[in-house]
Structures are given as C-alpha cells and as structure tokens.
Design a protein around this ligand. Structure first.
Ligand code: B1M
Length: 213
C-alpha cells in the first residue's frame, strides 16, 4: 500500500495529469480507502509542492500542473468520497474570494457537501463581494461558504461579510470560512459564524450552522 500511495504522491508532484487517475483507480481496486488516497497521497503531495515552491525549486507553472493532476485524480475519487444516502440538507453558496484563484480545497469542500446532500451553488474563484450578495438574494441559500488560500486575500472575506451586511441580507444566512491561512480566531474577528480547517469538518460545521439557524 505504501508503494502505491507514494507512486500517486510522486505523480501529483510531477504533474502527471494523465497518470494520476489510473493510479488512483488502481489503488481503489486494491482496496485502499479513498480518504487514505486523498490525504496521504494527494493532499500530502500538494503540501510538498508548496514546500518546493517556497524553497525556490518549483515555480507557478509546476504548481499549476500539479494542481491539474490532483484535480484529475479527484474526479476518480469523487464518487467514493460521497455518500448518497442522506436526504437534502440545505443550500450553500460556495466561492473562493476576490483576488484568489485557488480552487482545489474549495472544490473538495463542495464535493463533500454535495456528498452530504447539500445543494451547492459554486460561484467559482475570484468572486467579488457583490456576486456573493446577488447569489444570496437570488438563491434562498442558508449558508455562504468562503475559501481563501492567500494571506493577501483573507481580507476579502471581511469585505464580503460587510457587503452582505450593507445589502441587508447578513441575518438571512450563516457564514463559514476556511482555507490554509485561516484560523478560528480570524473567523471570529471578521464575524463569520464558523471556521473549518478541512473539508470533512466543513460538512459537520455546515450541518450545525443549519441546525442553529
Ligand atoms: Co499558490 N500559493 N499561488 N497556486 N499554491 C499557496 C497557497 C502557497 C502557500 C504556496 C507557498 O508559498 N508555499 C502561497 C501562499 C502564501 C501566502 O499567502 N501565505 C501561494 C502563492 C504565493 C501563490 C501565488 C501568489 C504565486 C505567484 O503567482 N507568485 C499565486 C496567486 C494566484 C492567485 O490566487 N491570485 C498562486 C497560484 C497558484 C496556482 C494557480 C499555480 C495553483 C492553484 C491552482 C488551483 O487551485 N486550481 C497554486 C497551488 C496549487 C498552490 C499550493 C501548492 C497548493 C494549494 C492546494 O490546492 N492545496 C499551495 C501550497 C499549499 O497549500 N501547501 C499554494 C490542496 C488543497 C486540498 O488544500 O486548498 O488548503 P487547501 O484546502 C484544504 C483546507 O484549507 C480546507 O479544506 C481543504 C482540505 O480538506 N479548506 C476549507 C479550503 N477552503 C475551505 C473552505 C471551507 C472549509 C475548509 O469552508 C468554506
């Protein structure tokens, strides 16, 4: 098992978009759990990519091909991570905040929420505050979920919350935030209703926010 996991991890790091899906399928066929593949091979692989970038050994193009390889692998994992045995739970507006193009973590959160029977309205990346506001007005969603991966884009979460307040819709929804540079403390500072460090806990957080609404 360790060999297969490190093969997938290396293929993600090397950006082998055509190789990763096949290796992920092989691992699943061998009985390796989807969460093990996700966490130990793919997320660890991306963490190593980040380290190589910090060390000046990788540049943006290498990060990008690694991200594409991971996304290709996630397509194979998706049905295995989701459980379709639960009734509709609620509606979530999801997006990566303005100025930020990172979407792997956001997509993973969306995938897990859908797996828990939430309806997810994915606004994509680089989402301006006014687009979140319009989506709240149009959709009747109970939750706005924002992702940010850059310290420079974290403040866009605060700006978005302020835009929701100014538009008079803040009280209609619960706001949850996540992404590598965030913390529970930051979430409290910007008056979000909750913070989750990962996609699994994003599901339990969303459920508890709906229950408290
Ligand atoms: Co960028 N990047 N990147 N990048 N990139 C990071 C984030 C960085 C940490 C790398 C590094 O220096 N070590 C660094 C940020 C430093 C900082 O701000 N402190 C960085 C930088 C600097 C940049 C650029 C500025 C580089 C440049 O141009 N010079 C640039 C910015 C572009 C922009 O957004 N405007 C940039 C660009 C890119 C690419 C486009 C090349 C690519 C993204 C492609 C894509 O997403 N489609 C990319 C990548 C791939 C990364 C790393 C290597 C991997 C990110 C990732 O996908 N991780 C990243 C290094 C790292 O994270 N170690 C890095 C895997 C993913 C599953 O984890 O997204 O953290 P993550 O999601 C987690 C949790 O955070 C959580 O759940 C997930 C796990 O379960 N989560 C939520 C996320 N959102 C959530 C929302 C929730 C709840 C939980 O509720 C709503």
């Amino acid at each position: 098992m360790a060999d297969r996991i490190s093969e997938i991890k290396e293929a993600v790091i090397d950006g082998m978009q055509k190789v990763v899906p096949g290796k992920v399928q092989q691992a699943l066929d061998e009985g390796i759990g989807p969460e093990t593949i996700l966490n130990e091979a793919m997320i660890n692989g991306m963490a190593e990519v980040g380290q190589l970038f910090e060390d000046g050994e990788f540049f943006v193009p290498e990060m990008l091909v690694a991200a594409r390889a991971m996304a290709a692998g996630m397509e194979v994992l998706k049905p295995y991570l989701q459980q379709a045995d639960i009734k509709a739970t609620g509606k979530v507006i999801l997006g990566t905040v303005q100025g930020d193009l990172h979407d792997i973590g956001k997509n993973l959160v969306g995938m897990m929420l859908e797996g828990a029977a939430f309806e997810v309205i994915d606004l994509g990346t680089d989402v301006p505050p006014e687009k979140f506001v319009a989506a709240v007005k149009e959709s009747g969603a109970q939750i706005v979920a924002m992702s940010a991966l850059l310290t420079t884009t974290m403040p866009a979460m605060k700006t978005t919350i302020e835009a929701l307040e100014n538009a008079g819709v803040r009280d209609q929804i619960k706001i949850m935030v996540g992404g590598a540079p965030l913390s529970d403390q930051y979430a409290k500072e910007i008056h979000a209703d909750g913070y989750s460090p990962d996609a699994n806990r994003a599901v339990s957080l969303a459920k508890s926010l709906i229950a408290a609404a």
